[in-house]
Design a protein around this ligand. Structure first.
Ligand code: UDP
Length: 246
């Protein structure tokens, strides 16, 4: 964790998508329980103001920058991260690795029926993939879900409950499961199920995936309004020579 880069209090692993996938595989192979987080600007901005959220994010085995806003902030702070590691892509590539190496996968999150559909589509794509369970993300009591996870004993769990619920769930329950690697992947199960489309590659390359999502789901404006405030916070921190915790 020593080589992590501190972006306004959240310490990021400066890894490429290939290196991130490699690190996740090392954890699975060595049966080291751990959770992985994929913060965007909204996560970091919230963490600036809330130490509990910082602890949730910094306690992860791997912290990768999901959003372009985090990359801009890292440049403003003079500690540029090498690039984005979109959680949705990391998850998809990991599903392929699970199929190849016979690691079992559990899908947790999204609206009822969506995780099953995502499971079906992933299995169509990677026929050797073993999905050992799915559960929607709209439960009130964690205990029965944790019990189900314990019984299914997956090697990998995609936890898609939205931020920061998914991070709290992973940190709180990881130790109650047989060794597993949990990844907090936001809306990825919706993408795998086909209920939400990712931005076309052209938009992604321009760094405008967030804008595409905003056009598709205008109610995200409430969340995205934090992006400029986040970048101003980074500029303020740089001017005050306080690149870590503001
Ligand atoms: N979600 C859930 N349980 C909740 C709240 C949200 O399973 O209590 C799901 C929601 O259905 C969606 C995902 O969590 O599939 C969050 O997606 P969002 O687009 O907010 O995440 P992002 O990718 O922006 O981090």
């Amino acid at each position: 964790m020593a080589d992590r880069k501190n972006i306004l209090g959240v310490t990021f692993d400066d890894v490429t998508p290939d290196e991130a996938l490699e690190r996740v595989q090392e954890l699975i192979k060595s049966r080291t329980p751990g959770y992985i987080v994929t913060p965007n600007a909204e996560f970091v901005y919230t963490a600036c103001k809330d130490e509990r959220i910082r602890t949730l994010l910094n306690g992860a085995a791997l912290v990768v920058p999901d959003g372009i806003g985090v990359l801009y902030a890292s440049k403003i702070l003079g500690r540029g991260l090498r690039g984005r590691v979109p959680g949705v892509e990391l998850g998809e590539r990991l599903a392929e690795v699970c199929a190849q190496k016979d690691y079992t996968l559990y899908l947790l999150g999204a609206k009822p029926g969506v995780a099953e559909e995502a499971g079906k589509r992933l299995t169509l794509k990677y026929p050797k993939l073993r999905i050992v369970g799915t559960h929607d993300g709209y439960f009130k009591d964690d205990a029965p879900v944790v019990e189900e996870l314990r019984k299914a004993s997956p090697d990998v769990v995609f936890v898609c409950l939205g931020f920061p619920r998914q991070e709290r769930f992973m940190r709180e329950h990881l130790a109650q499961l047989p060794p597993a690697v949990m990844l907090g992947l936001g809306g990825s199960i919706d993408v795998y199920a086909g209920t939400v489309k990712r931005a076309p590659v052209f938009w992604q390359k321009l760094g405008l995936e967030w804008f595409y999502r905003l056009c598709c789901e205008p109610k995200r404006i409430k969340r995205m309004i934090k992006l400029p405030a986040f970048l101003f916070t980074a500029i303020g921190a740089r001017l005050r020579h306080r690149e870590d915790i503001v």
